[in-house]
Design a protein. Sequence first.
Length: 263
Amino acid sequence: SSWLGHVVRYWAPRLEASHGMTYVETLQNIRCVIDAFYHRVPVRLTKNTLYDLLCKCKEIGVPTMGLAARRPQLAAATWKQMWGTCELDFESLADPWKVSDIKQMEDSLRTTEHVPDPARWDGIVCERDVWFISEANKGSVLRLLIEPGKHVVFADDSIRNVKAVAASLCGHAASVSALHYTAASAAAERKLEPLSCDRSLAVHSATLFAEGDQLTSKLVQDRQPFLTQFIGELVAFEEQAKNDVDPALLKLAFRLGTSKVQL
C-alpha cells in the first residue's frame, strides 16, 4: 500500500501531461500491471494472534467478515499469496449470499456516492466470508451487509476507511468501534524503498512477458501508457547509471518501443 501510494503520486501528473489521464485512470493502469504478478508475492500476518482471535469469535458466536479493497478477479490470487503463511478463518454465521442478492447489492453501490468510477467499477464477490469490493466505500458496503441494531467493531489500516465506516453506520448500528490499525502501514512506510520496489515490478513484468503471460502480453501489445513509460524511464535510469540491465527487461523495453536495443 505504501509503495502503491508513492507510485501513483509520482505517475499521476506525468500520465495526465502525456495522455490526459485522470488520477483514477492512472491508478487503474498501475493495478492492471500489478494484477498480473500478485499471486507470486507471498504475504504474512502482521499480528499472528489474529487467527486465534477469529477462532475465539467463532467459538462464542460472534460473526466476523473481511473486506478487501482488491478487485473480485484477484480473489484466487489472494488465496495463492496466503497459502501456507496466513490462516484466516472468518465466519459470518449466516447463510451464503445468493448470486442474485449480490448482484442487487452491486447495482445499488454503482454510484459516485459509493465507488470512485461507477462505469469502470469491477463489482463485488464474497469468498470464505471475505468480500472483495474493488475500492468501494467500505462504510457503504457494511451498511448493506449488517442488519440494523448490531454492535460493530471495525479495524482497518486506512483512516479514510475508518471514518467512512463510522459515518455510514452512525444511526444504523447500535454502536460502532472503528479502530485505525497502524502497525502494518507504519512498518511498510519505514521500510519503503521506492527504487527497489520499482525494480521488482519491472523484473516481474519482464519475466511474465518472457513466459508469455496473457495479461502482460496484452498490456505490451496495447502499449499500455503506464507500463510503457514506467519501463522506459527505469531502463533509461539504469543505463545512465551504468548499471547492468536484465536482458529480459531490455527485450520488454524494445517491444514497448522505449529502447532501440533488440535482443
